[in-house]
Design a protein around this ligand. Structure first.
Ligand code: GLC
Length: 675
């Protein structure tokens, strides 16, 4: 691994290994820099594959599009987008056809905007552009898989979630009262869906103010409610947003203001004010160490009540508008209204529309506020992509003090490489669209390459109205992802499992998830400890197989399993490619016996109904399934594991207490299970 330094980079602490600065030129491309720009061109051969970039649109092979690393609150995850919530500047270039050439990885460690044109403008060229101050890491190796593991070593061990976080989570924006939460639990119980987590979206707060609870509902007895849920072995998972409501008398606002812990305008004195859910808000300066430590310690109010799980949101940071942006818009609208000639034609109305829409997440606003880092004031746009990362770290640092011995579930919407050491991420506001099923399959391995192992998408889709078949197909993927949460937006059609006909199908899928947890948790923990990928494209394990290289809707999970989900409506099956002989495992709701068929290498048509679970066990491997599914993760019966796969094969099952943060004291064990 080599490190090259350009200009005076802002230290992001994304990498944890100290490398000396290389003096020789970067061997794999041409670099041009001037006062304001840094640009690198890398030649590609016709068939080279490019992997990486974590959370982005499009395929596993990133070729043929331009991706902009700029953490964005944009719920339209369509293929024409350039940016999503995360900024993960790592790519692997694999010259698959040239036996002389070797793959390499590149990490552009610059927390401002970085543009990756991956053979878009010119088919056979990568062009990367950013501001001139950055650290560049070049990772060499023999295969893409090896490079991804070396990179993971460079950026440090991934976050370890508690084991309960592998259970099912039920969420929906709009649950507000104690009875709403109780109803979710009793409805799930009524249809026999196991569950470990119920999520509290912004309505649990008092007018969307961080670290408060809705007075009328929870008043001073929030802890009693947490305890009530604990008796049912349910972990409540409250949301914490980045923006802090501007309100006199609100202690978090008052204290942060007094101590200058919020981001400032260019006078470095007045607070930057922008609107998010609570209305006008200020933004904690997570890049200022003291401010970050202060914000983190506010989670105490929640952990004191017994909360052990959180999700951090709106931390790109999302800005619906700024105080200044709204003032300008009002002036514009007043001028528009005062001119009797307007609108003259439809272009005037388009312009009006643009003016209104452009106040959201505006670049002008991001350029207008400042962070106090060390003794310097740094303009936000230069460090934009660190904001979500540093919010996650702020929470994680606090949990080390508040809950030193136990793991806390923490995941975030926005992230940068480095954040993977402090929490997981979810993939934000996807939609109830069929195209978002392949999207998560593409994102999972890319996220793993960038260190994010505890991850998953909103099952059923967040925005838009879900249908029963779509939710089931989402669940058939979600039962394999570490984070398995059904979440949806206010105003969309209800999509909890009990909202649909024949809910026993949902119950069956979630129960199957609970049968798989020993395997999934074991592979997750091994991936964390070995800097490995839990989710891999087939090409990582079968680099010489030309067909495997192009398969983007099947994934390897751990070292024993492959999945091939159905991702289209009205399909009852699909073609599946096996790069080697495998055993197809079919689990049906009606039959206790697991179906096993050996299938040879090559293409197969597989019937895959909505209410079954199918996966493939790799040649000469076996994996454990719990015999009888538990209702909660801590009730999983590890003494009755059924091995599925090849006869006379062995599986090394990793397990631990699932909760101790110190891996040396968590009763970790590896047991050998034979089929
Ligand atoms: C954001 C989050 C979403 C949440 C909503 C309300 O859109 O991404 O998950 O439900 O805010 O808090």
């Amino acid at each position: 691994m080599k490190k090259y330094i350009f200009g005076q980079p802002i230290e992001t602490q994304a990498a944890v290994l100290e490398l000396p600065a290389e003096q020789n030129p970067v061997p794999i491309g041409t670099i041009h820099t001037d006062k304001n720009h840094w640009k690198m061109s890398i030649p590609l051969n016709q068939k080279d594959v490019v992997y990486g970039l974590g959370q982005t649109v499009r395929g596993i092979n990133k070729r043929g599009w331009t991706y902009t690393s700029w953490a964005s609150d944009d719920p339209e995850h369509s293929e024409d987008r350039h940016s999503l919530y995360g900024a993960h500047n790592f790519i692997i270039v694999d010259p698959v056809e040239d036996p002389e050439a070797k793959p390499f990885g590149l990490f552009i460690d610059n927390p401002g905007k970085v543009v990756f044109d991956i053979g878009d403008t010119k088919r056979n060229e990568i062009q990367i552009q950013s501001a001139p101050d950055l650290n560049l890491y070049l990772i060499e190796g023999n295969t893409s898989y090896e490079i991804s593991q070396k990179f993971r070593k460079l950026i440090g061990q991934s976050y370890i979630a508690p084991k309960f976080a592998f259970g099912y989570g039920q969420s929906r924006w709009g649950y507000k009262t104690k009875d709403d939460f109780r109803d979710v639990l009793s409805n799930l119980k009524a249809i026999d869906v196991p569950v470990d987590m119920i999520y509290m979206d912004i309505d649990y707060m008092e007018r969307f103010k961080d670290f408060t609870v809705n007075n009328q509902e929870f008043g001073n007895h929030f802890k009693e409610f947490v305890d009530e849920m604990k008796k049912e072995k349910i972990h409540l998972v409250p949301i914490i947003d980045a923006g802090v409501k501007v309100e006199n008398g609100y202690s978090i606002y008052e204290e942060g203001k007094e101590k200058n812990y919020f981001c400032k305008m260019d006078d470095h004195t007045s607070d930057f004010i922008g609107a998010v859910w609570p209305g006008y808000s200020v933004f904690p300066d997570f890049l200022n160490h003291e401010a970050s430590q202060w914000f983190g310690m506010n989670y105490k109010m929640m952990t004191d009540a017994g909360i052990d799980a959180f999700w951090n949101d709106m931390n790109e940071p999302a800005l619906f508008y700024s105080e200044t942006g709204m003032k300008n818009l009002k002036n514009y609208l007043a001028e528009f209204a005062a001119d009797p000639e307007l609108p003259r034609d439809c272009y005037d109305t388009f312009h009006l529309n643009d003016q209104v829409n452009s106040i959201k997440n505006s670049m002008k606003d991001y350029e207008s506020f400042y962070h106090h880092m060390g003794d310097q004031w740094v303009s936000h746009d230069k460090v934009h992509n660190l904001y979500g990362y540093k919010m996650t770290q702020s929470a994680s640092d606090a949990f080390k003090k508040l809950r030193p011995n136990e793991r806390t579930l923490m995941y975030s919407r926005s992230s940068y490489i480095g954040a993977h050491r402090y929490g997981g991420i979810w993939t934000g506001d996807n939609k109830s669209w069929w195209s978002h099923l392949p999207l998560i399959l593409h994102q999972l391995p890319a996220l793993n390459m960038c260190g994010f192992l505890y991850t998953g998408c909103d099952l059923g889709g967040f925005g838009a109205d879900a249908t029963r078949d779509l939710v089931l197909r989402f669940m058939q993927i979600g039962i394999f992802t570490p984070l398995m949460r059904n979440h949806s937006a206010l105003g969309t059609r209800d999509q909890e499992p009990y909202r649909f006909e024949n809910p026993e199908d949902f119950s069956f899928l979630v129960k199957t998830r609970y049968r798989l947890i020993p395997y999934l948790y074991s592979e997750y923990m091994k991936a964390v400890q070995n800097n490995d990928l839990m989710f891999r494209p087939l090409s990582f394990d079968f680099p010489d197989d030309e067909i495997a290289r192009e398969v983007e809707d099947q994934l390897l999970i751990g070292h024993e399993m492959m999945i091939a989900p159905v991702t289209e409506q009205n399909k009852t099956g699909r073609m599946v490619y096996l790069p080697e002989e495998m055993i197809q495992i079919r689990i049906k709701p009606t039959c206790q016996e697991v179906g096993r068929i050996i299938l040879g290498e090559g293409w197969h048509y597989i019937q895959y109904p909505e209410n079954q679970v199918i996966f493939f066990v790799r040649k000469d491997k076996t994996l454990p399934l719990v015999h009888i599914p538990a209702k909660r993760v801590d009730e999983i019966d590890y003494d009755n594991l059924e091995m599925v796969g090849y006869m006379d094969s062995e599986y090394e099952l990793y397990d631990d207490d699932g909760i101790s943060s110190d891996l040396d004291h968590c009763n970790a064990s590896i047991t050998i299970h034979k089929s």
